[in-house]
Design a protein around this ligand. Structure first.
Ligand code: GLU
Ligand code: MG
Length: 485
């Protein structure tokens, strides 16, 4: 498989409707259609010669789950023109497929059109299947305001209109079970990071490497992680919406290969209550021409340029609100605890794996181009598109504010007493979904960027999950969410 490359840059200002990208009205559907037309012959030929018969179209909704409608390949070309219908009700789905509602979501009425983005079309490891992420539009051609991928696209455009390019990547952690009946039994006995796990599951890991490469994903590392049965893949940074697409695709590929081996992969934040969980760390960096905002600055400021520092300070100050996006479900807070390398403290550090915000700084072995920041607290219950959009929205809002950072935290915050934490200005990240949602409700930056409808529908799902799972015992929360993401 392949990638068809980033969508063509906007060339026309003949704008009809109806999304805000970088302060201009952008006709997102016309743009997408034009890009698709350029790519359709190539995709049809590739899909045809791979004997693709079914094409899964998918998007991520507010519970963080990918939902799909599939079409026969023969219907793909007409789908590029008119889209594929799908109810808007999924914006009100919870992780258990129950349905809540809000002023802007829920109920049996209405229809949306799913428009594939061929630039991310991929041949899946599932024999005969292709995959294409979609953007959702209303029947009047306007962008669906609750569509996560369009939100991310708009935020990329917003930064681009300021002359700033961004790159991102998601790390995927999963815990592998040999019990596929709903229970959990770790699929390995080898130790954390143990070479023994390559003995146990070398063929399986090779098949994942092959399948990811075939899906056009540039793997940088694959390794056994800390928890029993846990593994991780990290991949090269790319443009933000593609990074989010890849996050969806990587989970799908890993799930498929695991299934083929008679195993089951859990991407849930917490797989065994009290144990180390699965993170979904996001890495990001920015550049303006030849200048890398996290790497081209002076050594005494850890390589940060003034604008880079202002972005990081902006992200740091919004971390509690971002928790509602990046650690969005009740189970997230079983994982987000100190000394689990989950980034449970609201602080930044240079290569500090207990800090929620970690700078991978430039230096003798890391060129400015590779310097990046990582939010460690996020997990894979999050919609990667909301993560992308929210982080970029904060970057756009803070880059020109001249914000500064205090000194980085260079120790494990869990070892500091209350007075030392207070002196360093370090607090815990939210310890409960309620606190994260409260913080989000006070974030003008994220709320304004999301728009009222997306914010309202997202919070309705989060509130409903809190009401359903908030009072359960940890074991019950884990059992309810272990196989959902
Ligand atoms: N599993 C850890 C988490 O929950 C992350 C370990 C690491 O890669 O630093 O985020
Ligand atoms: Mg890891």
């Amino acid at each position: 498989m392949f990638y068809f490359g980033p969508r063509a840059q906007r060339t026309s200002e003949s704008i009809v409707c109806l999304g805000i990208g970088g302060g201009v009205l952008v006709d997102y559907l016309s743009e997408l259609t034009a890009s698709n037309l350029e790519l359709s012959a190539q995709v049809m030929e590739s899909f045809g010669s791979a004997d693709i018969r079914g094409v899964a179209l998918s998007y991520v909704e507010n519970s963080g789950i990918s939902r799909t409608k599939a079409i026969p390949l023969s219907k793909l070309e007409s789908a590029l023109v008119g889209g594929v219908g799908m109810s808007p009700v999924f914006d009100a789905f919870l992780l258990d497929d129950s349905i809540t509602s809000s002023d802007v979501s829920g109920g049996p009425m209405g229809d949306l059109r799913l428009f594939p983005d061929l630039s991310s079309a991929t041949i899946l490891p599932n024999e005969g299947w292709g995959w294409i992420p979609v953007n959702r539009f209303r029947q009047d051609r306007s962008p669906h305001p609750l569509d996560h991928r369009l939100f991310a696209t708009k935020m990329v455009d917003r930064l681009r209109s300021m002359g700033i390019s961004s790159k991102m990547s998601f790390e995927i952690e999963w815990i592998l079970s040999s019990n596929t009946d709903g229970g959990f039994e770790p699929a390995t006995v080898g130790p954390a990071y143990g070479l023994e796990r390559i003995v146990e599951l070398g063929d399986y890991l090779l098949e994942i490497l092959d399948a990811l490469e075939a899906a056009g994903i540039k793997v940088e590392q694959i390794h056994p992680e800390y928890a029993a049965g846990q593994f991780e893949v990290s991949v090269a940074p790319t443009s933000p919406v593609v990074a989010a697409d890849q996050s969806v695709l990587m989970k799908h590929v890993i799930r498929t290969v695991s299934h083929n081996y008679g195993l089951r992969a859990s991407f849930a934040p917490s797989v065994v209550a009290g144990g180390v969980g699965n993170g979904g760390h996001v890495h990001f960096s920015f550049s303006e021409g030849e200048e890398y905002l996290f790497g081209s600055g002076p050594d005494q400021r850890y390589g940060l340029t003034g604008r880079g520092e202002s972005i990081l300070a902006g992200v740091l100050s919004e971390l509690d609100a971002l928790s509602a996006i990046g650690t969005p479900t009740v189970a997230s807070y079983l994982r987000l605890v100190p000394q689990h390398w989950a980034g449970a403290f609201k602080c930044w550090g240079v290569e500090n794996r207990e800090a929620a915000l970690r700078l991978v700084r430039s230096g003798p072995l890391v060129p400015p181009t590779a310097a990046n920041a990582e939010i460690k607290s996020f997990d894979l219950a999050a919609s990667p598109y909301l993560v992308v959009g929210s982080v970029l929205a904060i970057a756009a809002a803070s880059v020109d504010k001249g914000l500064t950072l205090t000194n980085p935290i260079d120790t494990d915050p869990a070892l500091l007493d209350g007075a030392a934490l207070a002196a360093a200005g370090v607090v815990r990240m939210p310890t409960h979904l309620r606190a994260a949602l409260d913080a989000l409700s006070h974030s003008d930056v994220i709320r304004t960027a999301m728009g009222n409808d997306l914010y309202t529908a997202f919070v309705a799902v989060r509130d409903a999950e809190l009401a359903t799972y908030g009072a359960l015992e940890p074991d019950e929360v884990v059992a309810a969410s272990r196989w959902k993401y």
